[in-house]
Design a protein around this ligand. Structure first.
Ligand SMILES: C[S@@+](CC[C@H](N)C(=O)[O-])C[C@H]1O[C@@H](n2cnc3c(N)ncnc32)[C@H](O)[C@@H]1O
Length: 487
């Protein structure tokens, strides 16, 4: 990893100054972290004392924030990111950006409109709106002051020097923007920094997925582990609040996860290799059973055993049955995985009948219940039952309500087995179990059936656990925010 003259002293100084400047004072005053050389290469963030599970490690401010580079971005205001406001329209100055009425008068938009006017030499950019929105985030690097640029310079990039990444190429070739050489180099650097370090930002509970991303200087210096010891949420001001998910001993390295936590090793390794360009060698990756969860397992076609990769880090690893020890042909494994992938791709995300039928019939012939695809489908079902029209919690039959609760319990067990501690998924699922229990109680009372046992204590424990984990999360369900008086 290139260090470009970075040193522990320089990084600690630049990041501290940055956090002070943006008022992230809890990261400084009660400081429990330090940036140090990591045995993984480059730098990382380390605990300077024991940090309790749930304790805040740091609050970080985005040095650059903006739309993700997705082709399916909704039309949103490029300043406040609201997409559901009727006043979002193209800027009348033809800079090509969408803004809402309120933000059209903001200083942020004025600066960006002027920058784009200059870079496009006054051309009408309105027709390039979509491409421009997707490319806007790295362009924001051109508007940073020297102090902010200094902290961006502390971050690693996926490509050293003036080699353009995908986004920079889009900007230059398709938008034909007139950069100076220095501007072009900076835009390329920011693109690379986003590739290596960006966080997807989720701050609206109505949005199922994030449409914006940010560069968080201290968050970006934390390395990855597939069973992280920290998790983060975002507050209403796009600040990243990083907390310990488990107790972190003094001097231990603090880790985020750069992948979905419930992906199996083969999927995680593929993602890390392709998008972050490194190979994780953590305990979870080295253990073919992933702490006994067998998330990657397929059915053996000779016996009731589970077939697992012998060396999950190698794409050419052989796969062996844990019961009869038969080696399964790699071609056969790829075929099974492609078949499952193709079927799932064809699903409409919220068609309960189709997903449930596949999960409980065809899929069981190919993979055991612990496989990551089964887990993912159970997770998806949880967001249909109780949320989609026709499946609201008070409408669904009892068997579906019990299925939802069972799936949440199954995934919560898995989260514990994977040593994930107080992670965001756990907070969300605890809340869902609470809702299921409340609905079961409501039905029992409505039916006058007081003999049926619904464990009130469990409901309250789950509610408290959810509220504790999601305490600072702006996208948390309103009930949790209200009950515990969160912002
Ligand atoms: C977001 S940065 C983390 C901070 C980085 N180590 C630095 O020195 O600035 C991501 C980069 O750190 C390295 N990295 C993070 N986690 C790693 C791990 N578990 N094993 C090896 N390299 C890792 C990879 O080079 C990755 O692209």
């Amino acid at each position: 990893m290139e260090n470009r003259g970075r040193s522990e002293a320089k990084l600690n100084q630049a990041v501290t100054k940055y956090l002070q400047r943006y008022g992230c004072l809890d990261s400084i005053n009660n400081r429990n972290w330090s940036i140090k050389q990591s045995p993984l290469g480059g730098f990382g963030v380390f605990a300077t004392r024991t940090i309790e599970a749930g304790e805040i490690i740091f609050t970080d401010h985005p040095v650059i924030l903006g739309p993700r580079c997705l082709s399916s971005l909704p039309v949103q205001c490029t300043v406040c990111y609201r997409s559901k406001t009727p006043t979002v329209s193209k800027c009348p100055n033809k800079c090509g950006l969408h803004v809402c009425e309120e933000c059209s008068k903001s200083q942020t938009h004025a600066s960006e409109c002027a920058l784009l006017g200059r870079l496009s030499a006054g051309r009408d950019m309105s027709e390039h709106n979509e491409r421009l929105t997707r490319s806007l985030t790295p362009l924001r690097g051109l508007l940073l002051d020297a102090d902010d640029l200094d902290v961006v310079g502390c971050l690693v990039t996926t490509h050293a020097g003036p080699r353009p990444g995908g986004e920079a190429l889009t900007l230059v070739e398709e938008l034909r923007l007139g950069f100076t050489d220095e501007e072009y180099r900076l835009v390329c650097f920011v693109c690379g920094a986003f590739d290596a370090n960006a966080f997807e930002v989720l701050t609206n509970e109505d949005e199922a997925r994030s449409t914006i991303r940010g560069l968080y200087p201290l968050g970006s210096l934390a390395n990855h582990r597939c069973f992280p010891n920290a998790f983060h949420v975002f507050d209403g001001n796009y600040r990243m609040i990083t907390r310990a998910s488990v107790e972190i001993p003094e001097s231990a390295e603090i880790f985020h996860s750069y992948t979905r936590l419930l992906w199996g090793t083969v999927t995680r390794i593929h993602h890390l290799r392709n998008s972050k360009r490194f190979l994780c060698k953590c305990e979870r990756c080295k253990d073919p059973t992933e702490f006994g969860t067998c998330l990657s397992a397929l059915n053996c076609n000779r016996c009731p055993g589970k077939v697992l990769p012998v060396d999950p880090a190698r794409s050419s690893s052989s796969w062996r049955c844990d019961t009869c020890s038969a080696i399964r042909d790699l071609g056969d494994i790829s075929k099974t995985l492609s078949l499952i992938g193709a079927v799932i791709k064809g699903f409409a995300g919220d068609d309960f009948d189709i997903i449930y039928r596949f999960l409980t019939t065809k899929l069981t012939t190919l993979v055991p219940d612990c496989n990551q695809v089964a887990v993912e489908l159970k997770y998806n079902i949880n967001w249909i039952l109780g949320y989609k029209s026709g499946y609201l919690l008070n409408e669904i039959p009892l068997d579906l309500l019990l299925i939802k609760k069972q799936y949440c319990d199954d995934i919560l067990k898995l989260v514990d087995q994977l040593r994930l501690g107080k992670c965001r998924i756990k907070g969300l699922l605890c809340y869902e179990v609470y809702l299921c229990n409340e609905e079961l109680k409501r039905r029992r009372i409505a039916n006058g059936n007081n003999d049926e046992i619904v464990d009130d204590n469990e409901a309250n424990i789950k509610l408290e656990e959810a509220a504790d984990i999601l305490k600072y999360d702006f996208s948390a369900p309103p009930l949790l925010k209200q009950r515990f008086n969160h912002k």
